[in-house]
Structure formats: C-alpha cells, structure tokens
Design a protein around this ligand. Structure first.
Ligand SMILES: NC(=O)c1ccc[n+]([C@@H]2O[C@H](COP(=O)([O-])OP(=O)(O)OC[C@H]3O[C@@H](n4cnc5c(N)ncnc54)[C@H](OP(=O)(O)O)[C@@H]3O)[C@@H](O)[C@H]2O)c1
Length: 325
C-alpha cells in the first residue's frame, strides 16, 4: 500500500513511518522538523488552504494514517482555538478528502475521551464524556472523522517510546530524569494502559490490513498507574526506583484536568484481529533493547538541526508537557 502519514515528525508518526516502510511505501507529512528520514516527505502545514488535497493527490495514497494533532494537554487548555482547529476540525477535513477520493483512513484519537469516573474497563459501547479542552477537541475530531468517512478506523490510543527530540514521551521523561538522578512524581491515581509505540505501529497496520472500520480501543492490555509505570522503567533500566514518588495528580497543579481511570477494554480489538494484543512486559523489553542498540540516537539524527522540533512547532518553544504526564 501507499500510506500517507500525517504528523510524521511526531512520537507516533515517526515510529510508525519507520516501521511501515518495511512493507509499504510511506509518504510522511512534515512542517520542517525532519531531515532526510528514510521515507518520502511532503513539506506542508495541514492548516494551509489546499494542503490536504495536495497531500492526498501527490502521495497517491491508498490510505491516510492521521497522526497530526496538538497533543500537549495543558497547552490545549490555554489555547483552545488552535486546539479546536487542529484536533476537532482538521480530522473532519482529512476524512472528507479521503472519502471523496476513495482513500482509506485511520484516525488517531485518545483514551482521554472518557471522564475516568467509572471503575472501567471502558468499552467502545460506553459513552465518552471528555473533560478538558484537549479531550473535548479529540472527541469532536473522532465524531467528525466518522461522520465524513463511515469506513474509517478511529483508534483510541495511549503509547510511549523514543522520539525525535528525546523528550516527547512520558517514558523518555522518566528515563531522562532518573538517569540524571532527578526525583520525579509518579501518580498513583491516574490509571492508563500504555503500549509501546512500535507495538502500536504494528497493531495499526494489522487493523488497516484487516479492513476494520469504526472505533477501536488500541491500547495495551494491562492497566497500571503512572507511578507503577515509572517504577517499572526504573527497574528495567537499573535506575533508583526510590526517585519515583507516589503522589496524587490532584496536587500537581496542571492546567488541564486529568481523568483518573483510563482502563480501556481491548476485547473488541483482540477479537477483530484474532490474536493477543502486545503485552506491557514485552514492550518494555523492546524499549530497553532499543535504548541499548542506539535507536534514540538514530531518531535524533532525523531532527533538523537548525530548527529543533520544539521551536518549529505552533507552540513557539513553550515547554511541552506530554499527554502522558
Ligand atoms: N502520546 C500519547 O501518549 C498519546 C495518547 C493518546 C492519544 N495520542 C494521540 O496520538 C496522536 C499522535 O500523538 P503524538 O504523541 O505522536 O504527538 P506529537 O509527538 O506531538 O506529534 C504531533 C505531530 O502533529 C504535527 N502537526 C501538528 N499540527 C500540524 C499542522 N498544522 N500541520 C502539519 N502537522 C502538524 C506535528 O508537527 P511538528 O513537529 O511540526 O510540530 C507533529 O508531527 C495524536 O492524535 C494524539 O492526540 C497520543
């Protein structure tokens, strides 16, 4: 297949593009963060007039995997207009162009569409109740995508891994801090189901190849707190786990509210794919092996040195607090 990957410089987009290129032709959309990755690039801002149509036409894509978003939860809370434009409106426009051109679509959404009040696990039949600007915009984006393209896949995800800047994921935050001996807060009252981004890439491609459509929870099969996640990383990397403190997210002073329980059921996905969803322990093992084998440095070599991912973003060099944090 010819795959158009938006957000190709992002945590998901880059890892997905590098994985997908082994079996498919990948054309990534990038605004100038990347330099010479081993796949074709279309340089454009997707908010510019006509950019989407041009991307779909020039790529001659069979399917679009729409990873581009503004994923900084607290930044969205303070910049609701741009968050709405990118996270809520753009997916509908992507879906419209794809549907009109007979192109498949995988739209990336989030576990955060739920309020996290229920004991869970949340299934796809449960009604979302997003809290905060980011969650609201992402929920609106998945509705817009499905309305315009009823055959689209909407994947609600949560993932970690290595990124082009080395600072984009929650796992990188733990590794960078603990390696430097810096104490970090781990939240015992935020439950999520993390999946290694490379396992997610494999899973998304399996979903596309299987011809699925509709909403799927594409997260890891095991729920854990963000505190447990930090401790697991400390143990795997041989860092001092006592540097991870057991705290409440309510004391963190974040701008955006956080849902407490994002335990999502993956039953629908595992049934549709006819197999088990990648486990946390194998994902963490891969994450560590990648570290030992220089994968983080390989990703960083694709970063445009003159700009830097952080300062080329619409966030204008603001500190980036990841969705996971
Ligand atoms: N990280 C998580 O754990 C998590 C959890 C749940 C859901 N998600 C969802 O997963 C998807 C990918 O997230 P991520 O963590 O990979 O995000 P990310 O690392 O912040 O990447 C976002 C990407 O979107 C691009 N982008 C933003 N606005 C754009 C525009 N106007 N035109 C073109 N490109 C634009 C960015 O380009 P620049 O490099 O130029 O800024 C970047 O490549 C998003 O839909 C997010 O909501 C993520």
């Amino acid at each position: 297949m010819r795959l158009l990957v938006t957000g190709a410089s992002g945590l998901l987009g880059l890892n997905l593009s590098l994985h997908a290129r082994r079996a498919h032709t990948v054309i990534g959309v990038d605004r100038g963060t990347l330099v010479a990755p081993p796949f074709e690039l279309l340089k454009m801002d997707l908010l510019e007039d006509g950019a989407l149509e041009r991307a779909v036409m020039e790529s001659r894509a069979d399917a679009v995997i729409h990873c581009a978003a503004v994923a900084e939860v607290d930044w969205c809370e303070q910049n609701p207009d741009l968050a709405w434009r990118v996270n809520a409106e753009l997916p509908g426009q992507v879906a419209t162009v794809c549907a009109r051109s007979g192109v498949g679509l995988v739209h990336i959404s989030t576990d955060a569409v739920f309020d996290g009040i229920s004991p869970g696990p949340y299934t796809e039949a449960d009604e979302p109740n997003p809290i905060g600007v980011y969650a609201l915009t992402k929920h609106a984006g998945e509705s817009a995508a499905l309305e315009a393209h009823p055959h689209a896949i909407v994947a609600r995800v949560n993932f970690y891994g290595w990124s082009v800047s080395g600072t984009r994921s929650l796992a990188e935050f733990f590794v960078n801090s603990l390696k430097a001996g810096i104490a970090v807060r781990g939240f015992t009252d935020v439950i999520f189901c993390p999946m290694l981004v490379n396992d997610l890439a494999t899973t998304l491609l399996r979903m596309l190849e299987a011809g699925l459509k509709g909403v799927f929870h594409s997260v890891g099969p095991e729920p854990m707190s963000k505190y447990e996640f930090g401790v697991e990383i400390a143990r795997k990397f041989g860092f001092d786990e006592r540097l991870v403190s057991a705290d409440s997210v309510e004391d963190a002073g974040f701008a955006a509210p956080r849902a407490h329980n994002l335990h999502l059921s993956v039953h629908k996905l595992s049934t549709a794919l006819g197999g088990a969803i990648p486990r946390f322990s194998t994902g963490l093992e891969t994450f560590y092996t990648q570290y030992e084998q220089g994968y983080p440095q390989q990703l960083r070599s694709y970063q445009q040195p003159s700009t830097g991912a952080q300062f080329d973003s619409p966030l204008g060099g603001l500190p980036r607090r990841r969705e996971g944090q």
